[in-house]
Design a protein around this ligand. Structure first.
Ligand code: ADP
Length: 311
């Protein structure tokens, strides 16, 4: 079997989005104006982003034994992402986010992680070979912490390839090994604030936060700053690099971070000779393409939509 470019150990979530004139009051039933079902979960989003750019990517995940799980399964097949490492879990629903959006843009969101939290060490161990041999392993914090830890340990012990942890959603009680195990630690500015207590309003604050994350044992750190691009720093190097992003007309920034991470993993696996600054610059600009479209996975660019100089 050929080694995968990118292996994700992460979440699959179904977004159920109701649009209504306003948010309901307690106990009130309201008529909505539209309903949309979307495929999400940080893990799968990042996998889809890498795959659409041309990486040979797969995901190790759990879905529930329900119609949402079946729909997600079919969606993965549509993307031509192998479902070999997806386990169907009886007795637990597929992960889902119930979202209500009002006309003024306010929202209510309830997330039920469901099957995602059942992903465990033995699921990871069943995929040991693909994790060891892949060029890039990518993890987040939407599945059980034990599964994430095990995947990063397997990758680190293999001494092959690169691992990335997108430590999102931020967990103040995260196992400290998750700072030291991954080769690259990536968070957005809100998450960086939670992990470091540094309020980030400008790039210099992100540099301060990176210094703290390096002291916690991170090897390479990226903090994404939305329209301000990203900041990068690494252990033993006093140069911190602020990487700007093109100014664009953003209409929906949902999943921008996932588009960025998928693109970064694509470059790390396919263009490993590029330096980090160039990879981050290209990943920024690919994420900037995604924010100009509505939706999450649908907004991630396909390789033929990306200007040649960015791939
Ligand atoms: P998250 O989605 O995790 O909150 P960010 O908002 O930091 O992550 O976005 C990730 C990356 O997406 C940024 O580093 C940037 O490259 C790109 N991006 C996000 N928002 C914009 C924007 N408004 N204009 C251009 N690029 C953007």
């Amino acid at each position: 079997m050929d080694a995968y470019d990118v292996v994700v150990v992460g979440s699959c979530m179904i977004d159920l989005i109701c649009y209504a004139p306003r948010l309901p009051r307690n106990g009130e039933t309201l008529y909505g104006t539209n309903f949309v079902m979307g495929f999400g979960g940080k893990g799968c989003n990042q996998c889809v982003s890498a795959k659409k750019l041309g990486a040979n990517a797969t995901i190790i995940a759990r879905l529930g034994n329900d119609s949402f799980g079946q729909n997600y399964f079919n969606k993965l097949k549509e993307y031509e992402i192998s479902t070999k490492y997806i386990s169907i879990t009886d007795g637990t629903p597929s992960g889902m986010a119930q979202i209500t959006v009002s006309e003024s843009g306010e929202n209510h969101i309830i997330i039920v992680p469901g099957a995602n939290k059942q992903l465990n060490e033995s699921d990871v161990l069943k995929a040991t070979e693909v994790i060891e041999t892949c060029k890039v392993l990518m993890c987040q914090l939407e599945v059980s912490e034990n599964a994430t830890l095990k995947a990063l340990q397997v990758k680190s012990n293999s001494k092959k390839g690169i691992s990335i942890l997108n430590a999102s959603p931020a967990n103040i009680k995260m196992n400290p090994l998750l700072f030291t195990l991954p080769d690259i630690f990536c968070v957005n500015e809100t998450e960086a604030e939670i992990y470091t207590n540094v309020k980030i309003n400008e790039q210099q604050h992100a540099v301060d936060a990176i210094k703290i994350l390096l002291l916690k044992g991170c090897k390479k750190v990226i903090i994404t700053l939305g329209e301000k691009g990203s900041v990068y720093g690494e252990k033993g190097n006093s140069n911190f690099i602020c990487v700007p992003v093109l100014k664009v007309n953003a209409i929906d920034t949902t999943g921008a971070g996932d588009a960025f991470l998928g693109a970064l993993s694509y470059f790390l696996s396919k263009h490993s000779k590029l330096d980090m600054e160039e990879m981050i610059k290209r990943a920024n600009n690919i994420a900037a393409l995604s924010v100009q479209k509505l939706g999450t996975q649908e907004s991630f660019p396909i390789y033929y939509e990306v200007p040649k100089h960015l791939l």
